[in-house]
Each structure stands twice: as C-alpha cells, then as structure tokens.
Design a protein around this ligand. Structure first.
Ligand code: SF4
Length: 690
C-alpha cells in the first residue's frame, strides 16, 4: 500500500490525480504519480510535478499583514480580522450594504465558493459579489444554457474523446495548458478519428492536427457560420435529429445561408478550400465533437460564438448521443464548481438563479433566513471592479489577482487603490495583495481538505497531506471568524465536510445537484459526476442522451450573426493582439512565478510576431519591442515565428509590470455572459532602442 496521500493538482481544470509523500527539507512533501486516477493516469505537466514547491515557507505568506503609515507590517489575527470587521461595518453603515463587495476565485474549493457566496448574501447582505471565473468560461456557460438548458463544461468524460470520429478544438491549446489531456487527442487519431484545430497560431496542439485553420482573432463565429453554410448547401444536415430533438432550426438555417463562404473567407482569412475541408471532415465523421476554450469564448460576442459552434453540432446530429457533442475545456482548477455554488453575481447554490423565487426560498430555508432578506443579482466581475471606489467602497477579495489577470489591468489597479478599504486573503503576496489594507495568509491545496469539480463535472476530493505553517488559517476559518465578529456566530463551520453536507442540501433539486455525493463516496469511487440527486444514484458521466435539460427536452438552435471585434485594427493601431498561456506558468503566475523550475522554463513575458511584420518594423529576435494600445504600453522581448499570422501578435498574460499583456486587453463585455474581450484588441508595435 502506498504511503502517499492521494490528492489532486492545485492548478488547472483537468485536476490531475497525484500523490504527496512526506519529505525532509523546506518543502514538506514530494509529488509522486497516482496512475489509478483515470483522467491523467499518472501523467503530470511541469506545473503539477513542481506543485510542492509553493508549500515551502519562503514561497508563501505565514503571518497576517496590516497597512500602517502606508506600508504593510506583520500583525496578529485578532487585529487583522478586527480591522476587516470594523471597516466593512463602517462602509455598510455609511453607504449601504451594497457598498461592500466580495470578489472570489475559480481556484477556491466548492466548500469555499459556497461559504463565500453565503457570507456575502447572509452576513454582509450585499449583492456585490462575483468572481474571476467570469473571465474564464462564462460565455460557454451562457451558450450551453441557451442551447441545452444546462452548463457543464464537458457533457461527457474525457475518456470518450478518442472514440469520436472528428474533434474540432476551437481556440484551445492543451499541449501547453493541460498536457496530460493530449493523450486523448493522440488516441483519437490512432483510432482513425480526425482532429481539426482552430487557432490564429500554429500551436503545439495545432501541430498534432489533420487540419489547422488560422482565422483572424475575433472571427471564430464567422468561421462556424461558414462551415454550417457549407453543410446545408451540401445537404449534409441530420433532418431526423433536427426534427425530433431540436427547436429553432429554420431561423438558424436562414442566418447561416446569409453568410456566403466567400464572405467568410474574407472575414476570417481562412482559405475557402480549408473551410470546405473542415466542413466535410466534420460531416463525414461517424460522430463529431466541438470543444471550445478561451479563444472563442473571451470575446464581446463570446456567447454567440459558442452558439454558432453548438448550431453546427445540432444541425449535424452531433449532440445527445455517445461520442458527440459540444463541450468547453474549462481553465481554472475549480472553474466548474466555482460557478455552481453561489459566488457568481446572479446565482445561488445548485446553479440556481438568484432572481427565481422558488430558488431563493429553497436556499433561504437551508440557510435559515428569510428569502426576502437575500439581495438580488449583482454586477459582473469587470463591472464590479469598475465600481470600486465609487458605489463599492470596501472589498474582500479571496483567491484572485486581478491586478495581473483583469482586462485593462492598470485601470483595475487604479480602482483598487481608490477603495476605502481592501482585504485580500491569499497564499502569497500577490500583486493585488500588495495593494491591500489587510492581507490574510491562508492554507492551500495540500494543507486542507476540500472538493473540486473538474472540467468533466467530476467532483473529486483534495486531501490534506501536510500541516500548514503556524500563523496560517483556512479561508473557512476566516469566514467563520468574520461572520462571528459581524454578528453571525453560527452557520459558518470550519470543517470542510460539514460545509459540503450543507452544500448538498442547498444544491438538492437544482441543476448542479450534489445531493447524492459525499466525501465517503468520492473517496471510494475517486470522483462522482453531477447531477447525482441521491446516494443510490450512480452519477451522470454523460448528459442529454435521452433529453436535453430544457422544458420540452429539445436542444435550442440560436440564430447568430457575425460582428466585428469591439476594437478592430485601424491606422493608429494596425495589428491584432491576442493573448494566452505558456506551458510552465499558470494564470496570473502568482504561484508559478515563485517556483524556480518553472521560472527557468518561462522566465518572463514576450511578444510573438511573424518575421514579415518584424522586418517591416526593423525588429530582430530578442529585440525589445513596445506594444502600444489605447490602454497602455508594454515593453518585452520579441519572439519571431512563422507560426503566427502576419497581422496578429501574441502575448502570454502571466506577468505583471511592463510585460503585463492585460494592460492592453479590452473590457468590452459580451451582452449575455458579461465576458470581457480578452482575445482581440488593436495595438501598434514600436522598436525600442537597446
Ligand atoms: Fe496540474 Fe493541469 Fe498540469 Fe494536470 S495538466 S498537472 S491539473 S496543471
């Protein structure tokens, strides 16, 4: 029997299984393989393999900090928590309850996300709560609900992917973001299936594909419409499926037929023969999947873009049957669970709507409060950040680093500075924590137990493997203590299993129903798929096989139209900028930039550009280049590659300061999901004298 503790990686939504074994030295555990977990079968990327390094005392916070005379100084917990309680109380009294804001994170466990949402609504009584997952998957969630009545990243296990006849990956680069996932793509091809990758860059993932389409950033919607047009024109729709299992086809068909392939070629820059090949590969396959990630989703038309790809699936009968369908490859570790349990501005636990009277009554009964006392829906993440220093005067921020990760990040930092009071609870002194009035050092993945829900909707258990350093408390303890100081000594347990038991009751009967899932069961089965309404229920790895989660059981087509990016290139800013991740760093880099092995592999920001563009600018490999947008100026080394379109440049977004890609990204919001347009904005490049 292994002496390692079975747990999961602290980073992305694949939530790879790993073991942690006690070790000597400053890092108290070492990571070992755990081949029994089916998703990754022992494989880990460099981030997971080096995850233990962030547990070393030098890498993380171990004492609360409070601001005095402009600088952060160490403090005891009573002083730090007392300052927070006093400040939020004063703000609520002076400006009203909605002047106290809460900002959560997609990396928080289900228990923390649930407790944070409850804390905001019950203790603070504020509507001003949202979380950074809004920046991750909200367009896919909105598109999924619109079509299927339910949002779960993947409606099937990742193990189904190799058995599809064709997979289209849109704006996703798992070879860098979640490398163990790539084995499913390799197996797909070994089984005779075809892989199509849609990405403005010829990424490591695109190198694996049978066909790579490289559209201009912000034109994925037009591409999907063009494929659907060709499918219809060739008479390759699945009329029986459309008739029996969908609604709304005629309007969608008409919208697609108005987008002529020649026009799509002009808009996207994808040659017509490639567009035609993609459409026919999709139709010819025995079954087909479309998997999107942030590329098409992080647009001001992200929801419509997702709908366009779902329409393609529905028109060809590729949904609601095995080895077919639409799915989203969620990014953050608990991007899925984080959006199900109430830290989103418009939602209550169980994926219930905050403005639904029945949902309010159910959750209020579990919480032991009057439904009328619960606030209504609040602002989306960027709108909440935008309101800081205005309508929102004090903010409690947990597990997020918007100074690096939010769009128009310099402006967001200004808004944070404009607050009367900012409290941050985090593992490390992130760039956002540096601005805080109070910083709370909290436990992290290997130091606490809690559940996460991976990109498949599989609820898994992260187990505690090591004690946290003295001076560190869990987020659940923080919420318990603050609730008590603010007059609610009951209702915020510090034991995660007790929180999960309440979460089960709160989610019961909802879309994301966890009622039948227990710690004991997750441990025995190594994960349980929601919905799981009863202990004797097996869980639901595959959704929609009999019916979709709409009132009439049918999937809904949505007619959509292409529209330009909110900011198109012009004479002043003639180049498109798109952003993304690199293999060795994760999200804002707050943790991974503190790991030597990862920093050696990916030490800093850069801008990737085509040699033809570089020649016009007089830039050579490694030269420092200024990227200038309407929102800021960054200076980073140039990386020249023919793998990117000549009209587009790419920057990874993991670094702060003069290399922060999000200085440029556009906060234009999707009207449905309120997702900012991270993936397409206009810039100019300037050579910088050495
Ligand atoms: Fe961790 Fe994701 Fe890497 Fe797996 S793929 S080891 S979950 S970062």
């Amino acid at each position: 029997m292994s002496d390692a503790t079975d747990t999961h990686c602290p980073y992305c939504a694949l939530q790879c299984g790993m073991g942690l074994r006690a070790a000597e030295g400053p890092v108290p555990v070492s990571v070992v393989e755990r081949p029994s977990f089916p998703v990754n079968q022992g494989a880990l990327c460099g981030k997971g393999a080096n995850a233990a390094a962030v547990l070393a005392p030098g890498a993380r916070l171990t004492t609360p900090l409070v601001r005095q005379d402009g600088v952060l100084r160490p403090a005891g917990w009573p002083e730090a928590l007392g300052r927070i309680a006093e400040a939020v109380g004063a703000t609520a009294e002076a400006y009203g309850r909605d002047a106290v804001g809460v900002f959560g994170g997609g990396g928080l466990t289900n228990e923390k996300a649930y407790a944070l949402g409850k804390f905001a609504r019950v203790v603070l009584g504020t509507s001003a709560i949202d979380y950074n997952g809004r920046f991750c998957m909200s367009s896919a969630a909105a598109g999924g609900i619109r079509a299927f009545g339910l949002d779960r990243g993947l409606p099937f296990p990742v193990a189904d992917i190799p058995f599809a006849g064709c997979v289209v990956l849109v704006g996703s680069n798992p070879a860098e973001t979640m490398p163990p996932f790539v084995r499913y793509l390799r197996e797909l091809r070994e089984n005779g299936g075809t892989l199509i990758v849609v990405d403005p860059r010829r990424t490591r993932t695109a190198e694996l594909a049978d066909l790579h389409l490289a559209p201009r950033p912000g034109t994925d919607l037009a591409l999907a419409l063009g494929m659907l047009h060709l499918v219809v024109a060739e008479g390759r729709t699945d009329e029986e499926f459309i008739e029996l299992r969908t609604t709304g086809w005629e309007q969608t068909r008409a919208a697609a037929m108005a987008h002529w392939p020649e026009h799509v070629e002009a808009v996207t820059g994808v040659p017509l023969p490639q567009l035609r090949s993609a459409a026919m590969m999709f139709c010819d396959a025995s079954s087909a999947m479309v998997l999107t990630a942030r590329g098409p989703e992080q647009q001001a038309k992200g929801t419509d873009t997702v709908s366009a790809w779902i329409n393609l699936c529905l028109a060809t009968g590729n949904a609601g049957r095995p080895y077919a369908g639409y799915g989203c490859l969620t990014g953050q570790g608990n991007g899925q669970g984080g959006r199900e349990h109430g830290q989103k501005a418009d939602q209550l636990p169980g994926y219930r709507k905050l403005d639904d009277p029945a949902a309010r009554a159910h959750v209020a009964a579990v919480w032991g409060v009057d439904p009328d006392s619960l606030p209504g829906p609040g602002r989306s993440a960027y709108e909440l950040l935008e309101s800081l220093g205005g309508e929102v005067r004090s903010l409690l921020l947990m597990g997020s680093n918007p100074v690096v990760s939010a769009p128009r990040s310099a402006h967001v930092a200004e808004r944070l500075r404009a607050l009367d009071f900012l409290a941050v609870s985090d593992v490390v002194l992130s760039e956002t924590a540096e601005l805080a009035d109070v910083v709370l050092p909290v436990t992290q993945w290997a130091e606490e137990t809690g559940t996460m829900t991976n990109l498949e909707g599989r609820v898994i258990l992260r187990r505690k493997a090591v004690d946290a350093p003295g001076g560190v408390r869990s987020d659940l303890e923080v919420l318990h203590e603050l609730a008590a100081l603010l007059g609610r000594p009951e209702g915020f347990p510090t034991d995660p299993e007790l929180v999960f038991e309440e979460l089960r009751r709160a989610s019961a009967g909802g879309v994301a129903d966890y009622a039948g899932i227990s710690y004991e069961r997750i441990a025995a089965e190594d994960g349980v798929f929601w919905p799981c309404p009863a202990e004797e229920h097996p869980g639901t790895p595959r959704l929609f096989l009999d019916r979709f989660a709409t009132p009439d059981g049918r999937a809904r087509f949505t007619p959509v139209q292409h529209r330009p990016a909110a900011e198109e290139p012009d004479a002043e800013f003639p180049v498109r900028l798109t952003t993304g991740r690199v293999l060795a760093q994760y999200q804002s880099g707050a943790q991974t930039r503190r790991v030597d092995a990862l920093n050696d592999a990916a030490p800093g920001a850069f801008v990737e550009l085509h040699p033809a563009l570089a020649e016009r600018l007089g830039v050579r490999e490694g030269d420092r280049v200024a990227v200038v947008s309407r929102r800021g100026r960054t200076v980073t080394p140039a990386r020249l590659t023919t793998a990117i379109r000549p009209d587009t440049v790419f920057m990874p977004f993991h670094w702060p300061g003069e290399g922060n890609a999000n200085l440029h990204t556009n906060p234009a919001l999707d009207p449905v999901s309120r997702m900012p347009e991270f993936k397409a904005c206009a810039v100019r490049l300037e050579a910088v004298a050495p």
